[in-house]
Structures are given as structure tokens and as C-alpha cells.
Design a protein around this ligand. Structure first.
Ligand code: TRP
Ligand code: ZN
Length: 464
């Protein structure tokens, strides 16, 4: 107990609060301030939150496909990175029913996609704390700047959750910027007539007294929240083993089952081939989810279990999403400006696969891409706006940068970069500067001329 009387402390605190709003907590000796409402991402300035670092998400979800209602509890274990009087989580839509911090009820407030929690006691920098948020409602998809829909998407029999770049806030509260990666446990309770899947390893399955079925999913390796997924529907599942020890779980919605059988069988072969080029597989599980859902119109590299609309479960797309497990999922962009590090590498992985196993030289793919005007709209390292993050220059010109790098440093050094990059930043975050510096360190020389033209330059260079 402080020696001063309660009233004088309260009076002093009130005066200080007037002088310096946000500075309270005199009684505990901490002068905390609220964590920032965003991490100033160049494209989504409010995405993510400052003042803490999440270590683990424990998500307990129950979903009713008939009504579309989701009941959730998010238990977030985090560490304060400043003296915190309050902190934000990103959450879009839904209704918050209650919140606690370290077991004590916390005051909460909502404004736009920001959910603010104010713990009873301030959190000194360095302390680990546990926040829980109980919520429910019918999740609403988020419409991107480019018009595509993401988040919790309802399907005829269930739902599928896709989070890139900002969709995950539509189904759980969190620090939804790719720079804050965490491990996950997800507990999913569903009517018995549908199957549910998520990332990582399924550690339990049980039938509840009311007949619903609960499955439990564990993701041990750090995961950016945009890579978290849930798929609910009439799935047919299959298991296999890859790389001697990695469990492969595939799930295909019934209408797509027959057509996908051959590629499902090929998954361990493709993984082994990619390990040869990119180094050790970074995760303890693998697989694929193929939806029959018309409303999903792109594949996504959800961690350990990429997601495909039935129409795009083909070898090239699988190679692309599987390559993302190294480039994007294990080595994750520092900000959305670095998206070419995901898409350029995954596209170049297609070119490499084509060269090695399908007799199409990467140089041919490069020349084809070079000839297309759409690929020259902007430099891959500087998409002009959020709506351009997934435009052709990010994919095709991103891959062209890597091909030019290969031609400049030679195959042997390029191979070393291809393996060394995901090793150096395994389970971490990296930006464009990290990549150029790393490539130069392996090459043993300055590559500014290459970056200036191919990575940062406006317009098409004179010759390929
Ligand atoms: N990253 C996905 C891929 O593998 C594509 C993607 C994700 C996407 N989210 C998107 C494309 C939103 C357009 C809009 O290529
Ligand atoms: Zn991709």
C-alpha cells in the first residue's frame, strides 16, 4: 500500500489525468499510456496495434452453419512492450460479450475496427498478460480495396475463413498485422453433419453431450493471423505422410473429390522436390483444403493447409501455394509493402518447377512476362495503393527480379540464396531491404544496378 491516503492519491491522479490525458496508474507506480491503435502499415495504417506482442492465441469457436452464428472466445497471451494503461485489438463486426485481463473483468470500448481493452491494473513493460474476449454474431466478410471478399465467407454447407490481407479481424480479435506472429490453439465445435478443419495438427476429436463434434487444432510454429484458417463443410478427408515424418491432411468438399484425387496423391512428391530447392520444410504439418465454394475465387497459402477453390486445385497453383509455406508463411513480410517477397517468390517457384519437371525454361517464362504490358504498371517493391497489392507486377515482375538476380549472380549463388533466405529468416519477418542486403552478402558484391532497374524502377527497361 502507498503511504499517502487513498483520497490524496485519487485527487493527484485526477489532476495529472487533466494535465496529461492517458497518464494514470500513479498508485501502482506505473505511468502507462495506451498502446497505439495501428502499426502504420503503408497500406493499412490502423492494422495491428502497438504496445504489446502476442505469443499465443487460444481460440474456442462454435459455429452453426444454418444460422451463420459464431460464438467465440479468444484467449490472447501477450507481452507488454511499454507501460500500458490500455491496448487495442482489431475486430470487425460481431458483438463483444465480455473481456478480462489476467482474470479480472476489463473495461472495453469499440470504435470502427478497434476494440480497446482497459485492464484494472496497468501492465508494466515486459509483463506477460492474458486477455480474453468473449464474442458472438454472424461474421460479415470484408470487401477489399480491389473488390475481392475475405474474412469469414459462408458457403452452402458451412464457411471458410480467408484472411489476406485484413480478413482475420472478421472472425477473431487480435493483433492483425503480419509483423506479430504467434502460435495457435483452435477448438472448433460444429454440428456432426459437417467436418471442420484448421491449420496445423489435429490433436483431439470428441463428441459433445449434445451430439455436436469438437476438434482441436494446434499450430506450434509462429503464424501471421492472415494465414489462420477454418474450413467447415461436407469435406472428405485423407491422410498421408511426407518427408518421412510430416503428416499430410487433405480435405475436399464432396463435389470436387474425384477430380482432385491424383494431385492429392502427388503432394508428398511436390513437397520433397521443394525441400531440395528451398531447404527444410518449416512446419510440422502439411496438406490442402479444396472447397466447392463459388464465392472463393482465389487460392490462399493458409499455413500448413493451403486453401483452393475447386477450379484452381491444379499442379501449378499447388506449387505456388506450397512455395508460400517458405516464402510468406515462414519468412513473413514486415509490412504489406513487402508483398512481392511472397508473390514474386511463389511465382518464381512455379517457373523453377516448370523448368525442372515440365521442360519450360525459366528464361521462357521470363520473356513471356517481360512482353506483357500489365506487368509494368508499377515497380514490385512499391505498389501504389492497397488495391494493387495483388496485381500482376507484384507476381510477375517480382518473379522477373529473381530471374534477373539468378542471371546476374549465376545458378550456384542463386541456389544458395534460395535456400539461405528462408533459413536466415525462418519463422520471422523480413522486408525488401533485408532481402537485397542478404542477396548482396551471399553474392559478395553490390547489386544496386539490378535493384534500381528491376525492383524499384518505373517502367520497362530497354532489353530483357
Ligand atoms: N496470396 C494469394 C496467392 O496465393 C492471393 C490472394 C490472397 C489475393 N488474398 C487476395 C488476391 C486478395 C487478390 C485479392 O496468390
Ligand atoms: Zn501467392
Amino acid at each position: 500500500m502507498p503511504r499517502r491516503s487513498r483520497t490524496s492519491v485519487a485527487a493527484l491522479a485526477a489532476v495529472l489525468a487533466l494535465l496529461a490525458p492517458g497518464c494514470t496508474g500513479i498508485a501502482s507506480g506505473v505511468r502507462g499510456t495506451p498502446g497505439a491503435a495501428g502499426l502504420r502499415d503503408p497500406y493499412f495504417p490502423k492494422l495491428g496495434n502497438g504496445g504489446y506482442d502476442v505469443g499465443h492465441y487460444g481460440l474456442t469457436l462454435a459455429y452453426d452453419p444454418a444460422s451463420g452464428r459464431l460464438d467465440g472466445t479468444a484467449e490472447i497471451t501477450a507481452r507488454a512492450t511499454q507501460d500500458l494503461s490500455a491496448f487495442n485489438l482489431d475486430l470487425a463486426g460481431l458483438t463483444v460479450r465480455g473481456a478480462t485481463v489476467d482474470g479480472a473483468p476489463a473495461a472495453y470500448n469499440r470504435a470502427g475496427n478497434e476494440l480497446t481493452l482497459r485492464p484494472r491494473e496497468e501492465l508494466p513493460a515486459g509483463t506477460e498478460f492474458r486477455a480474453t474476449v468473449t464474442y458472438s454474431g454472424v461474421p460479415e466478410p470484408i470487401t477489399d480495396a480491389d473488390g475481392s471478399e475475405e474474412g469469414w465467407l459462408r458457403t452452402p454447407d458451412g464457411a471458410v475463413a480467408v484472411g489476406e490481407p485484413t480478413g482475420s479481424m472478421s472472425w477473431f480479435p487480435g493483433n492483425h498485422h503480419p509483423s506479430d506472429k504467434a502460435s495457435y490453439d483452435l477448438v472448433l465445435t460444429l454440428p456432426a453433419r459437417v467436418e471442420g478443419l484448421s491449420n496445423g495438427v489435429r490433436t483431439a476429436r470428441r463428441t459433445e453431450p449434445d451430439g455436436r463434434v469438437t476438434t482441436v487444432w494446434h499450430t506450434a510454429e509462429p503464424m501471421a493471423s492472415y494465414l489462420a484458417t477454418v474450413a467447415i463443410g461436407r469435406y472428405e478427408t485423407g491422410t498421408a505422410t511426407a518427408l518421412g515424418a510430416v503428416p499430410v491432411l487433405t480435405a475436399v468438399e464432396r463435389p470436387a473429390a474425384a477430380g482432385s484425387a491424383a494431385l492429392r496423391k502427388e503432394i508428398p512428391v511436390i513437397l520433397a522436390r521443394q525441400v531440395k530447392r528451398f531447404g527444410p520444410y518449416p512446419f510440422s504439418a502439411a496438406g490442402a483444403v479444396v472447397t466447392g465454394n463459388e464465392s472463393l475465387d482465389y487460392a490462399l497459402e493458409t499455413q500448413t493447409r493451403p486453401l483452393f477453390p475447386a477450379g484452381s486445385f491444379d499442379r501449378t497453383t499447388f506449387v505456388h501455394e506450397q512455395a508460400h509455406q517458405w516464402f510468406g508463411d515462414s519468412v513473413t513480410p514486415k509490412s504489406w509493402r513487402d508483398i512481392w517477397l511472397n508473390e514474386g517468390f511463389a511465382t518464381y517457384a512455379e517457373w523453377l518447377y516448370g523448368e525442372e519437371y515440365e521442360h519450360v525454361p525459366a528464361r521462357t517464362r521470363f520473356e513471356r512476362a517481360f512482353a506483357q504490358d500489365a506487368n509494368w504498371a508499377f515497380p514490385p517493391a512499391a505498389p501504389p495503393a492497397a488495391e494493387n497489392l495483388f496485381d500482376p507486377p507484384v507476381y510477375q515482375r517480382g518473379a522477373m527480379v529473381l530471374h534477373k538476380l539468378r542471371e546476374t549472380v549465376g545458378d550456384r549463388v542463386f541456389d544458395e540464396i534460395l535456400r539461405g533466405w528462408p533459413a536466415k529468416y525462418r519463422h520471422a519477418n523480413a522486408g525488401t531491404d533485408d532481402f537485397t542486403a542478404y542477396a548482396e552478402s551471399v553474392a559478395g558484391r553490390d547489386l544496386d544496378a539490378l535493384w534500381d532497374v528491376w525492383l524499384y524502377g518505373d517502367g520497362k527497361p530497354g532489353k530483357p
